[in-house]
Design a protein around this ligand. Sequence first.
Ligand SMILES: [Zn+2]
Length: 168
Amino acid sequence: MDIICAYFDTQGFSVDGTFLPREICLLNDSATINLMVDQIYSKPTDKEKIQIEYLTNKFHGLELVPKASVKEDYAKTLIKLFYEFSRDGRKYYMACKSKESENYLTELHIPVLNILQVYGATHKTINRDQKPCTFHNRDDNYLKCSLNIVQDMKIFIDNMDIGRIEHD
Ligand SMILES: [Zn+2]
């Protein structure tokens, strides 16, 4: 895809209407960065605790309080630098496939292409059923892992390009 320079995904928690990223992953043609992020947040209410438990146990297997992590400000600086090193002429979009990821990049003023909306890249269509990375509390294949997702998105887009070349 000649307009995408890099791929981005984040998995985390929505607490009190705010998205708290935990896993953040970046991928371009030559590098991958996968981080666990922590930041200050208010104590969750009982209702939010139920949502948090659901996400940890059934969705992504990440803990609200990570064992080892970087501060979110550092992660944001790294995302911006990664973008600057990745962009090249007309290739200036960072691709993602979730609303949380899209909002996160938009807040950092990074041009974003949501390939779920534009190309219908749903989890089901791009997922290659891999085990999650070591950030997750177990290795069940169904858990959402940002590292798997950026790799799956790149393969999905690269295959679209092959399809296009074959039809030319
Ligand atoms: Zn992961």
